[in-house]
Design a protein around this ligand. Structure first.
Ligand code: BJW
Length: 245
């Protein structure tokens, strides 16, 4: 795999590096994406499963769907793409990851400086008190799960029409505004507000590098795009970067 001198130069150890990931990074771990050929939104209607109105109408159905996904993700392992990103954190002093994924695989691969900007599906949030509970049991013994206070728990994820956590969003905007390099991996770059991050980074002067199986709306804006599997491109890129240190 060929990486140009400008790409390698963008990974200077003094640079502030931000990685932004989407469902594609976990595809090679066997986790379904949302919009691909076998994507979740091809088989299920987002309006019936990933909105507050859907949850309020049928919490049982929504939790059954999340329990099914937890079953798949619980068996999945971080892949070479997750691991290459985790290793980048060890190499670069100024490194952060923003992920849209709720599967927790980046954390399991060893990344610690991360923002899970759409939440985490191993957590439930009390609809009354807002308290967050972590629960790795799979399948869940009770659906829908309840808080100790007696109220319903909801998945601690961001559904369509909901605001992202304001603290996470502020931190993400800060990282995007300040970064020298934004590496965007495995996202269709259509869901706002995250879809705007690459343009914001570019306007703030960052080098934007994309890794995706297919061209996306971001491809024409990026300084460079690699169309291939994240689990192959990222380890190759990492090797090249390490070879130039
Ligand atoms: C590989 C690969 C391999 C495969 N290697 N690559 C402005 C304009 C228009 C609409 C809006 C707007 N602002 C807000 C909206 C509404 C909405 C939105 O953006 N809608 C668009 C779809 C039009 N946004 C929201 O509602 C957000 N809230 C918000 O903005 O609040 C303020 C507000 C509200 C209302 C109105 C206005 C303002 C919240 C968005 C929440 C998204 N939630 C989900 C579900 C999370 C929980 C769960 O998982 O159950 O988040 S939807 C789903 O999409 C999930 C993902 O994180 C997100 C992004 O998907 P992602 O990661 O990009 O996956 P895919 O499948 O789309 O793409 C995978 C890619 O990987 C593909 O490109 C493949 O090619 C690639 N790939 N294998 C490399 N091996």
């Amino acid at each position: 795999m060929e990486f140009s001198a400008s790409i390698i130069a963008a990974f200077d150890p003094a640079k502030k590096i931000v990685v932004l990931t989407g469902a594609g990074i976990s595809a090679e771990s066997g986790v379904p994406t949302f919009r691909g050929e076998d994507g979740l939104w091809r088989r299920y209607r987002a309006e019936e499963l990933a909105t507050l109105a859907a949850f309020e109408a049928n919490p049982q159905l929504v939790w059954e769907w999340y329990d099914w996904r937890r079953g798949i993700i619980g068996k999945a392992e971080p892949n070479p793409g997750h691991k290459a990103i985790a290793e980048m954190e060890q190499i670069f002093p100024y490194f952060s990851l923003i992920t849209q994924n709720v599967d927790g695989l980046h954390r399991r691969a060893g990344t610690t400086r991360l923002i899970e900007i759409h939440g985490n599906l191993w957590q439930g949030r009390c609809v009354r008190e807002g308290r967050v509970h972590e629960d790795y049991r799979c399948p869940l013994p009770e659906i829908p799960p309840m808080c100790t206070c007696g109220a319903l728990l909801r998945p601690h994820v961001v559904w369509f029409g909901e605001s992202l956590d304001q603290g996470d969003l502020a931190r993400a905007y800060g990282l995007i505004e300040e970064c020298d390099l934004l590496l965007v991996v495995g996202t269709s770059a259509v869901v706002q507000p995250v879809a705007s991050f690459p343009l914001m980074a570019k306007q703030a002067g960052a080098f934007v590098l994309e890794v995706n199986m297919e061209p996306t709306p971001l491809s024409s804006l990026a300084d460079a795009s690699f169309h291939g599997k994240a689990g192959e491109v990222l380890p190759a890129l990492l090797q090249k970067i390490k070879g130039h240190r």
